[in-house]
Design a protein. Structure first.
Length: 717
């Protein structure tokens, strides 16, 4: 076959990675026009930020698309819940069954609030993540889901200080000369920003990683600061103490653009001397002092400003919101917000003013509808959620659960109680997914979902500043349908107003780009102006923000005061401490010695590089790459327990237990153990993953999950 003929037989399609990662990579899919089959998937070299590179997971995406275990037809349960036994059914029967059950529950004494949608970020596209699904459940009057499992504590903490997320132009970070990955395994979870950091290093930057775990990022950094889990806020306060003690602060920036500098100075000088911070964090005083000096004087010592890449791992403990609030105060003290690519970066998500109100129609929600925190799914399924202001009365258990874009049987805390709730025979459960997940094993109806190659969507990002549409490359496999189409079918079956659901996906996407002007960070309200759907379908389009964007160079904080609120009047009015302070984890050995006497080890469960939370676990290539479940532990802790490298161990507490193979070494300090997750139960030898040990306790701000706030014990098997 000639090269010319070969080219005639294929076409290429611009696509976008849909997964919960800040990079939102551009992809190019090659399709055989004769068969309609995708034959190649690669990174888009024309994408200005991701530049053709894909992670290990998405490089194997075609294995996921054409996996022999793909769900291709609707199914209904024929076995016991949890057995995973189903028989094929039709879409008509499945939709009719769901609609009839929803109508029955809505008409009962419990009402439609006994129905709970459960979703998160299995896909990050604006349409598949949050559009017709929200309209449907809002119109139905179902319970609202507070989607807190990942990021809300850090987001809320940022909002107290900054009024929005900590943000700078990621491409401009090449200008930074002191880069701190604070709770961020950037090499694995933000690959393309790591490349920006390496480019800055070539120009003289120093890279520091603060993490209790010697992650791949920490291993490749110039310095690893092994802070004790949950004590990052204390370290930030100690840094502030040194800055104010040595008068390294930027008084001009503080006086012009901040409120509360004097009160903050008085507190940290009085309460957070390096000696006390050393006791809390487990870091030597000289290491705290040196870090504070290098961070505060980066322009003098390294020739440029400092940037903190703060990420969500450090906020998954009881004091996580306050920790992030505290850390994002630091660039105000040093004046690093003045400089492009400097300051702090948590997320670029708030730079995209999509019309989310139009997409989701919150105005349809009936007054008084309850909200259920997704972290508390176990309590919702068991009827343990309190009715506010009702003197101890509890809501009845959820009667119907509709799961999409998530796998709560694997990802939710207190896994054992989630599973016992899912096993209730009186619970009607629908799962819309690409595979028969652990959650799908408990479903009454299973619906086949499309992959990213099989549907249209439009994407923002939380790690760069480009909008791009995902063009469908192939026809849906089997009878798979995207989220939007399923909710159109359900809306028709429920008799809901056609005008809410019958608009096409492309029309919805085009309309979402035309958000009404809104106050916010300088330049952001007009960031989508002039960007058309056709332009995004052709490739990535940068938001209308300046090159080398420094949004807080001259203040412009969208707080009530318009300034960086080191002292928060809002917090004071709410009866909370208005100043940054150290809030320890719920299960901290220093504050819970009685619990630590039984369970002395702090367990961290970051995602394995081969997986993205529970996604990709069933892809053979990636599961083989991940190897088996391991538990990394310090030699001192292993020796106390008679554990040797390579030995099978049991990890447990009062909530549950799981097995793993010990990896003994210096990747963690004494008192800390790490097990990379998140495995599906059906791919483990004991039917459990690390979430059997995690609790449903929530964070101080935002009601977030506390996955890394978890004391355990380990014994040899």
């Amino acid at each position: 076959m000639s090269a010319r003929r070969a080219l005639d037989q294929v076409r290429t399609v611009k696509a976008v990675c849909p997964h919960d990662c800040p990079d939102t990579c551009g992809m190019v899919v090659t399709v055989d026009t004769a068969t309609g089959r995708a034959v190649e998937l690669r990174g888009d070299k024309e994408h200005p930020f991701t530049r053709g590179a894909l992670c290990q997971k998405v490089s194997n995406y075609l294995e996921r698309v054409y996996h022999p275990d793909r769900l291709l037809h609707p199914m209904k349960r024929v076995g016991k819940k949890g057995e995973g036994k189903f028989t094929r059914t039709s879409w008509d029967e499945a939709i009719a069954t769901i609609a009839a059950k929803f109508k029955e529950i809505a008409a009962s004494a419990d009402g439609p609030q006994a129905i709970l949608p459960y979703s998160y970020a299995g896909t990050m596209g604006k349409l598949m993540y949050a559009s017709l699904d929200r309209r449907f459940f809002n119109r139905l009057g179902a319970s609202l889901l507070d989607r807190t499992i990942c990021a809300t504590a850090g987001a809320a903490g940022c909002d107290v200080t900054l009024g929005t997320r900590a943000v700078t132009d990621p491409e401009a970070a090449v200008n930074a000369r002191y880069i701190v990955n604070w709770g961020s395994n950037t090499l694995v979870t933000n690959l393309h920003f790591w490349k920006v950091q390496l480019a800055a290093r070539k120009l003289g930057a120093k890279i520091v990683t603060i993490d209790p775990y010697r992650s791949p990022t920490a291993a490749k950094s110039d310095q690893w600061i092994a802070v004790r889990p949950g004590t990052d806020g204390a370290l930030a306060l100690g840094v502030m103490h040194v800055i104010f003690r040595e008068n390294w602060q930027d008084d001009d920036y503080l006086s012009r653009y901040c409120v509360g500098a004097a009160e903050l100075r008085e507190r940290v000088l009085r309460e957070y001397a390096p000696e006390r911070v050393s006791h809390i964090t487990g870091l030597p005083v000289p290491e705290i002092e040196t870090f504070a000096r290098e961070y505060a004087r980066a322009r003098e010592l390294f020739g440029g400003p400092a940037l903190i890449r703060v990420n969500y791992g450090l906020q998954r403990h009881g004091g996580g919101g306050m920790a992030v609030r505290t850390i994002v105060c630091l660039p105000a003290l040093t004046g690093d917000w003045r400089h492009p690519g400097a300051g702090a970066l948590l997320s670029t998500s708030k730079a995209y003013p999509f019309d989310d109100h139009y997409l989701t129609r919150p105005d349809l929600v009936p007054k008084g509808t309850r909200t259920i925190n997704m972290v508390n799914l176990a309590e919702a399924l068991h009827g343990e959620l309190p009715v506010p202001s009702a003197g101890g009365e509890k809501w009845p258990p959820v009667r119907a659960l509709y799961v999409y874009n998530s796998n709560p049987a694997a990802v939710n805390p207190d896994q054992s109680r989630v599973l016992s709730g899912l096993a209730r025979e009186d619970l009607f459960t629908v799962v819309h997914d690409q595979f028969q997940t652990d959650t799908a094993d408990y479903a009454d109806i299973v619906l086949p979902a499309t992959t990213q190659l099989e549907h249209f969507d439009i994407h923002s990002s939380y790690g760069h500043l480009y909008v791009q549409a995902n063009n469908a490359a192939i026809a849906p496999l089997g009878e798979a349908k995207p989220n939007t189409e399923v909710f159109r079918l359900l809306a028709r079956a429920m008799g809901f107003e056609p005008e809410l659901f019958e608009e096409s996906d492309e029309a919805i996407a085009a309309r979402s780009l035309r958000a009404p002007p809104a106050p916010g960070v300088a330049g952001v309200s007009a960031a989508l102006e002039g960007i058309t759907l056709d332009a995004t379908k052709a490739g990535p389009v940068r938001l209308n923000v300046p090159r080398n964007w420094a949004p807080f160079a001259e203040g412009n904080f969208p707080t009530p005061s318009g300034k960086c609120e080191l002292y928060s009047e809002r917090e004071a009015r709410a009866g909370r401490d208005p100043l940054p302070h150290y809030a320890p984890p719920h299960e901290d050995p220093q504050t819970r010695p009685e619990l630590a006497a039984r369970y002395p080890l702090q367990l961290l469960t970051p995602p394995a590089p081969s997986f993205l939370n529970s996604t990709f676990v069933n892809v053979d290539t990636l599961r083989k790459s991940a190897g088996e479940r391991t538990l990394e532990m310090n030699p001192a802790d292993a020796a106390k327990r008679g554990i040797v490298d390579g030995q099978m161990v049991r990890v447990f507490n009062d909530r549950g237990r799981f097995r793993a193979r010990a990896v003994v070494g210096e990747s963690v300090k004494p008192g800390v153990v790490v097990s990379l997750g998140l495995w599906w139960r059906k791919f483990t030898d004991d039917g459990a993953n690390c979430n059997t040990t995690t609790s449903t306790a929530t964070t101080d701000f935002g009601g977030g999950a506390t996955f890394f706030d978890n004391l355990v014990e380990v014994t040899a098997l």
